[in-house]
Design a protein around this ligand. Structure first.
Ligand SMILES: Cc1cc2nc3c(=O)[nH]c(=O)nc-3n(C[C@H](O)[C@H](O)[C@H](O)COP(=O)(O)O)c2cc1C
Length: 445
């Protein structure tokens, strides 16, 4: 979605992350969006409404029932908006949204708005994992025109570590601007637009934000991926040199987000093992975070049983420093040599694990790898496919200035074990994802 000129209503509820909503407001304005704000009473105890009113240059809608600038603000604001962002969303307002309670400005606007609604939860890990919050988030994911953002794991304001952090404001902006979002917004804009769900796997499918759905795609038994589970790797890895430096690469994770979205839209249960990356996953996708190649290897190997397909999209470092220094390496102005040792080959280890699973009678998993090449594309892809034992390789080449890392388009070809190497063509990362999903569905029969 191009945010320039968009009218965005920002709903702020009362958690410690309220100050981050100020940052988000500023970022949205920098992108050219017009922002208005509504707040719960609890939110006003964390940051004064005057701050939001000053930043947005508009009176804040607060305290349900009080006459502000106009008496019908609970209708005016939502009807004015192209997009309603609830950031941060407390456990309390999430519960209200799910149950249809509308006794404060934020929940009242949620109920009365007809535009796309994006909810960013933020709370303590125990609250986030409580059965009530889990259930309420699942209910929201099933609502029409509603997107629940992933809450990243990490250190929380209360000092505990776990899931429940607010997605960073810059990440939220990236998500809104991402390739999945215009499709979701378009699907919302017109009730005549068909739902992304229920389409044949050959039809280009918008990414998996369940915008026009009354149940999550995973519960829709008319979808081709219903009852099937896919494991994806995503992002890049970081290999420590010392406590502050690492070896990595330029992967943004956008392809993995497109893949997760299209698999999810086709009814698959999607689990992702993700290294560091900029792009954000839509709600409904289970994400486990790792940092190094070895962590990614262990996380993938421990999740292999019970998955029908594995797609290795992550840009995993082939090598890591043999020894990571425990203290920051000092600048001695002399030449420094870092010895590198190979990382485990996750793709090949998955193929080996599949062989032993198959020998034990398990159904054969579909395994797809990725090969990013800069030269001798066909030769390198064929060789890698043969050596790895995967069913297919997605050959891709970030050669043009407008495609590849961080961009929405890429040059690619799906190289199948049972076929010749096709010519690469330019397409969006959603097209690429759709081709892989079609292949996996075909292989799973
Ligand atoms: C210091 C402090 C921090 C809090 N942080 C959060 C939080 O991050 N997430 C949350 O769901 N509730 C948090 N709470 C609890 C909410 O403020 C409380 O549930 C309140 O009723 C929410 O009201 P609202 O949803 O109407 O804004 C916090 C409470 C306090 C005192």
């Amino acid at each position: 979605m191009n945010l320039a000129g968009k009218k965005i209503l920002l709903g702020v509820s009362g958690g410690i992350a309220v100050y981050k909503a100020c940052e988000l407001l500023r970022l949205l304005q920098k992108k050219g969006a017009e922002v208005r704000v509504c707040m719960t009473e609890a939110a006003t105890e964390f940051v004064a409404p005057l701050t939001f009113a000053s930043l947005s240059k508009c009176p804040v809608y607060q305290k349900n029932g009080a006459v502000e600038a106009r008496p019908f603000q609970h209708i005016d604001f939502p009807h004015w908006a192209d997009l309603y962002l609830v950031v941060p969303a407390t456990a309390n307002v999430i519960g209200k949204f799910a149950c249809g309670i509308a006794d404060d400005p934020v929940s009242l606007c949620f109920m009365s708005c007809t535009c796309l609604r994006v909810v960013a939860p933020a709370m303590n890990v125990a609250m986030y994992n409580s059965p009530a919050v889990k259930r309420n988030l699942e209910i929201l994911r099933g609502f029409e025109n509603t997107v629940v953002l992933e809450s990243p794991a990490g250190e929380l304001a209360c000092g505990e570590v776990g899931q429940g952090r607010l997605m960073e404001p810059a990440e939220i902006v990236k998500f809104l601007e991402g390739e999945g979002f215009p499709l979701a917004a378009a699907a919302c804009a017109s009730s005549a637009t068909p739902s992304p769900r229920g389409v044949s796997p050959k039809t280009p499918v918008p990414p998996a934000i369940p915008v026009a759905a009354d149940v999550p795609p995973t519960q829709d038994d008319t979808l081709p991926g219903h009852g099937k589970k896919v494991l994806l790797t995503a992002g890049r890895t970081e290999e420590a040199i010392d406590p502050v430096r690492y070896i990595s690469n330029r992967s943004s994770g956008k392809t993995a987000v497109a893949l997760a979205s299209v698999f999810y839209a086709n009814g698959f249960e999607v689990e992702v093992v993700a290294g560091p990356m900029e792009a954000a996953f839509p709600g409904g996708v289970a994400v486990s975070r790792v940092q190094s190649a070895r962590e990614m290897h262990d996380a993938v190997m421990s999740r292999l049983s019970n998955v029908d397909a594995v797609v290795h999209c992550a840009a995993v470092a082939d090598y890591r420093p043999a020894h990571a220094a425990s203290e920051k390496i000092k600048d001695s102005r002399s030449q420094l040599t870092i010895e590198l040792v190979p990382n485990p080959n996750i793709l090949r280890d998955c193929v080996a694990a599949r062989a032993s699973q198959s020998a034990a009678g398990a159904a054969r998993q579909v395994i797809v790898g990725f090969a990013l090449e800069t030269d001798h594309f066909k030769e390198h892809a064929s060789e890698k496919l043969t050596k790895s034992g995967a069913d297919a390789l997605l050959l891709n080449a970030p050669v043009a200035s407008d495609s590849g890392f961080g961009h929405d388009c890429v040059r690619y070809a799906l190289v199948r074990r049972d076929g010749t190497v096709p010519e690469m063509s330019m397409g969006s990362k959603v097209d690429l994802a759709q081709e892989i999903v079609d292949f996996v569905l075909e292989k799973l029969g």
